[in-house]
Design a protein around this ligand. Structure first.
Ligand SMILES: NC(=O)c1ccc[n+]([C@@H]2O[C@H](COP(=O)([O-])OP(=O)(O)OC[C@H]3O[C@@H](n4cnc5c(N)ncnc54)[C@H](O)[C@@H]3O)[C@@H](O)[C@H]2O)c1
Length: 451
């Protein structure tokens, strides 16, 4: 689709939905540089660092980590880029607070273990930083989520979750189709995080070799910290890759909102079986009781009447799939079978069309414009866009495309699902992090080909 047609269509869709027009985006500072600091330069932080260093409109001014090995890897990424070495903060878990005292930081990117996100976001805001991007999961408790929302409001600052799947190419094409009414009125959505993480939750110590069954202090990268969440918690621990795109299509916090949720957890077998198979039944970790059910299923009801089915499935053998299904009064998309069916438009009644032709036809203009830049950016290119949106917002001094209310509502699914399971699958209410503003706020996510 040509850019002009897309903007016209977006404006028509925007007018129909009461959405802010594109002219509301700032443009005057588009040529400025964004000065960035990174807290946490483990595997994900290095990926963002690499993407930031490839750009001509960023300066990396500081990095921080507690792990010398990860810092060395990050330094080699920087050396390879040919850009100047930034200040390095290290030595203790609160060294990042020294980083935050630097006066030349426009934006901070946080890519640390989940339990550090809330304190690091709050400290960044209190240090006066106006743009804070955090990797997925905003906080652990409901209170964490409220604290971040209140602090961002108090500091008039922008907190963005770096939820890259909102920018997946097929997801954006389907969002484009949703906005143009191709599926009719949306009725039901499905999504999730269905990813066999057994080789992520366990490895063989400091070099991360696969096949080991260590976790915690003896392990490398995510196995060091993420696996402990599977020991102690039972809920949808990673909802945002699935819910982020779905929430954008449903205008959550922008004319719609999540109302209530109930979750169910299956029994837990996958992680224990993996330890026994790879480490033997006498390995000390074979005694660990994992609380996380292998498949956690969550149902969400929205105020405008749609339902959402989310699945968290990370401990069993399976190919990767986020399991998207977008279903409206006229038809549906399912990503597992790569198919679309639109009544009256499908090649044959009651028969799937291959999705590819539809997805090409409705390719989002962001992808049409920037696909060259997405090469090698990570996760099929979507990692380029999530950083691009954050950086362009800094340069233009406008709100980030994904805001603090998105971050809070999506990430709060975790503590709410834990609560529901603890209460015997009770239905629990979502708080309204926007304090009623969802009725007036407009969806301006990705309305143009700019960012
Ligand atoms: N969006 C995605 O596709 C995607 C992919 C991978 C990871 N992630 C997310 O990114 C985050 C980081 O994951 P990762 O894979 O890089 O894990 P990792 O373990 O490789 O990296 C985390 C880093 O944080 C550092 N750290 C821990 N405590 C710290 C502290 N107090 N101060 C400074 N540094 C500290 C660790 O030493 C480590 O280097 C998580 O939230 C994870 O869920 C997202």
């Amino acid at each position: 689709m040509k850019r002009r047609t897309f903007v016209q269509n977006s404006l028509l869709a925007a007018a129909a939905a009461g959405v802010i027009p594109v002219t509301s985006f700032g443009r005057s500072n588009a040529d400025k540089k964004a000065r960035l600091a990174f807290i946490g330069v483990g595997l994900r932080g290095q990926n963002h660092l690499d993407n930031a260093l490839r750009r001509n409109d960023t300066e990396v001014v500081a990095i921080c980590d507690v792990d010398e090995g990860m810092l060395a890897m990050a330094q080699s990424v920087i050396k390879k880029s040919g850009k100047p070495m930034p200040l390095i903060f290290k030595g203790d878990p609160y060294a990042y607070r020294k980083l935050l005292e630097q006066k030349n930081i426009d934006g901070v990117i946080i890519a640390t273990p989940w339990e550090w996100h809330c304190p690091m976001v709050i400290d960044s805001l209190q240090a006066g930083i106006k743009y804070v991007g955090t990797e997925v999961i905003l906080g652990i408790t409901m209170d964490d989520h409220w604290k971040v929302v209140h602090e961002a409001e108090k500091q008039h600052a922008h907190v963005s979750m770096l939820e890259n799947v909102c920018y997946r190419r097929d997801v954006m094409a389907v969002m484009n189709m949703v906005r143009q009414g191709i599926f009719g009125e949306l009725i039901h959505m499905q999504a999730g995080y269905q990813h066999d993480l057994r080789e992520v939750k366990f490895n063989n110590g400091p070099n991360g070799a696969e096949g080991g069954v260590e976790f915690g202090e003896k392990a490398f990268s995510e196995a060091k910290w993420r696996t402990l969440h599977s020991v102690h918690r039972n809920g949808d621990l990673y909802p945002t890759h699935g819910i982020g795109p779905v929430a954008q299509m449903l205008d959550i916090n922008r004319g719609n909102r999540f109302l209530s949720l109930s979750s169910f957890a299956s029994k837990a077998r996958g992680l224990h079986n993996y330890i026994v198979e790879h480490g033997g039944e006498n390995h000390p970790n074979a005694k660990v009781a994992f609380k996380l059910g292998d498949v956690v299923t969550t149902h969400i009801k929205c105020v405008n009447g749609e339902t959402i089915l989310l699945q968290h499935d990370t401990d069993l053998p399976r190919p990767y799939s986020l399991g998207f299904r977008v279903q409206g009064t006229k038809g549906l998309w399912m990503d597992v079978n790569k198919s679309i069916y639109i009544e009256g438009k499908a090649a044959k009644p009651h028969t799937w069309d291959e999705a590819a032709a539809w997805l090409d036809k409705y390719d989002h203009p962001l992808w049409a414009r920037w696909s060259k830049e997405t090469a090698n950016a990570g996760h099929g290119g979507m990692d380029f866009f999530v950083l691009h949106g954050f950086i362009e917002a800094i340069k233009r001094q406008v709100p980030t495309p994904l805001d603090v209310y998105d971050a809070a509502a999506w990430s709060a699914i975790t503590p709410l699902s834990e609560q529901s399971i603890e209460l015997g699958n009770a239905t629990v209410d979502f708080p309204d992090f926007t304090s009623g503003q969802w009725m007036y706020r407009k969806n301006n996510f990705a309305l143009t080909d700019e960012f």
